[in-house]
Write a protein that binds this ligand. Structure first.
Ligand code: GLN
Length: 479
């Protein structure tokens, strides 16, 4: 396929305005999305469509618009939810066999907020099971194909969401990012992926991976669309006590003067591990920012080389705890022939979880066990604090940081699947932002070897609006 040429959805705010005025019908938009999904079935981006529910909602929205009622800022806009978001009336599997058959009894706050503004969920996107992974190859169901090259991965874990947006199945999709999962697939599929400040978007109703790292954010075709979606989903939620107030200034206000803005090239994110073609592309992007008036310097986070090790201790520790709720009794799959409770636990979990989930449960339980807690978990927490302090110091010198998203472009399906360590290394330049809780965005920065390249921009905690504004400028410069 030729991504970017199919379907061609208008900008989200234009769709909403036209649905409100009756110029476009939500019902037609839903059909357009469902058709694009059906036409691109071979990419395996979608686990299930939610057509019945979507058509009903569209009918209601069109009827209300016809009566002149105010629908909202996302009136009739179709979207795709990563399948770890609970959506009423739809199965939520998180791409894991153990959740097969689990129907959402309540709905994610983010989905409620999107629907309250008139958006319509048309499908659930594929992911690495429980969001563990960087390629969607850990999905218990199937691997999503990269829209630019079907032999390659779309990145993960929100690979289905990113591929769906690149294939124009819908104007935007939701994702979760615990260590890379919005930004990496966005980079690999040539779309925009925004990871907000930790706590800015409620995680209520989203399947937990590692709770001190998980954030929710949009994948879209451009920064303006991503900012609008963020503005709708951000803010305090009584159902998630880690949430923070949104910025009083709307995230859609992207006015910004690049002149004199201090951007630090993060030394550790522009090192020699990056494929030369990608590095050249990124350097050209940075040169354009400089030429447009940005004050570019170099910054360093000395402990950054430890970030991946810290992430792969803390993340499995939290994963092992969060996955303990899947015991075969409360959600999804139960082994039907168990003779007693213990067998039901062990068989349901043994058969229901995939390899990667089991690997993380074992590593997590190990690093938390009394004999090893001080050696691993506690030390990792200490280094995490150090990393956060180093980010703070660096951000006292610059307003933003820039670097690569990934040292390589999209890799071949199967290339890293049997080597978990090689797979974990794909997150080298991304887990730091999750450990520090800072916002980070991946925007398209051209093509290398016929495959998309992503540029990563980062800002201090709560500077989400400024980061989006910078990204918008960068997007225009790189267009
Ligand atoms: N690839 C990382 C992991 O496997 C990050 C996943 C994510 O952000 N959900 O843990």
């Amino acid at each position: 396929m030729d991504p970017g040429t199919q379907g061609q959805w208008p900008p989200i705010k234009d769709i909403a305005a036209k649905v409100q005025s009756g110029e476009l019908k939500a019902a037609d938009l839903v059909e357009q999305a469902l058709e694009a999904i059906a036409d691109n079935k071979e990419y395996d981006a979608i686990i299930a469509t939610t057509g019945g529910r979507a058509r009903e909602r569209a009918k209601d929205i069109d009827a209300r618009a016809a009566k002149g009622q105010e629908i909202g800022r996302l009136a009739g806009v179709p979207f795709i939810a990563k399948d770890n978001f609970l959506v009423y009336g739809a199965e939520t599997t998180a791409a894991s066999n153990i959740l097969k058959g689990f129907n959402a009894p309540y709905q994610a706050t983010a989905v409620n907020k999107l629907e309250a503004e008139g958006a319509i969920c048309v499908a659930k996107a594929n992911l690495d099971a429980f969001a563990h992974g960087s390629s969607t190859e850990n999905s218990d169901f199937f691997t999503t194909k990269n829209p630019y090259d079907m032999a390659r991965v779309p990145g993960g874990s929100s690979g289905g969401s990113a591929a769906a947006v690149a294939l124009q199945m819908a104007p935007f999709a939701t994702g979760t990012d615990t260590g890379s999962s919005i930004r990496l697939p966005a980079a690999f599929c040539g779309v925009v992926g925004f990871k907000p400040t930790y706590g800015l978007v409620s995680r209520s109703g989203v399947v937990a991976m590692a709770s001190s790292l998980d954030v929710i954010g949009p994948l879209a075709r451009n920064v303006e669309d991503a900012a609008l979606v963020l503005d709708v989903i951000a803010g305090r939620d009584n159902l998630d006590s880690t949430t923070i107030e949104k910025d009083p200034r709307p995230y859609t206000d992207l006015s910004f003067d690049l002149k004199g803005v201090k951007i630090g090239i993060l030394k550790e994110y522009m090192d020699d591990s990056i494929a030369p073609g990608i590095k050249t592309q990124l350097q050209q992007a940075i040169d354009k920012l400089r030429a447009a008036g940005a004050n570019i310097t170099e910054v360093s986070i000395p402990s950054m080389p430890l970030s991946l090790a810290v992430y792969y201790i803390l993340c499995p520790a939290e994963v092992s705890s969060n996955l303990s709720r899947y015991d075969g009794q409360r959600y999804g799959y139960t082994y039907p022939e168990a003779k007693d409770l213990e067998e039901s636990y062990s068989q349901s979990r043994g058969r229901g979880f995939g390899k990667e989930a089991k690997r993380r449960i074992m590593i997590g339980t190990y690093v938390l066990s009394s004999g090893y807690y001080d050696a691993y978990y506690k030390r990792a927490q200490t280094v995490r604090t150090k990393l956060m302090q180093e980010f703070e110091t660096a951000f006292s010198k610059v307003d933003f940081m820039v670097g690569a998203v990934s040292p390589t472009g999209p890799f071949k399906i199967g290339e890293k699947a049997s080597d978990p360590l090689a797979m974990y290394l794909a997150d080298l330049f991304m887990a730091g932002a999750n450990l520090a809780g800072i916002p980070s965005i991946s925007i398209p920065a051209g093509i290398n070897d016929n495959l998309p390249v992503g540029l990563q921009l980062m800002a201090p905690q709560r500077a989400d609006r400024d980061l989006l504004a910078l990204a918008k400028q960068a997007e225009e410069l790189l267009a």
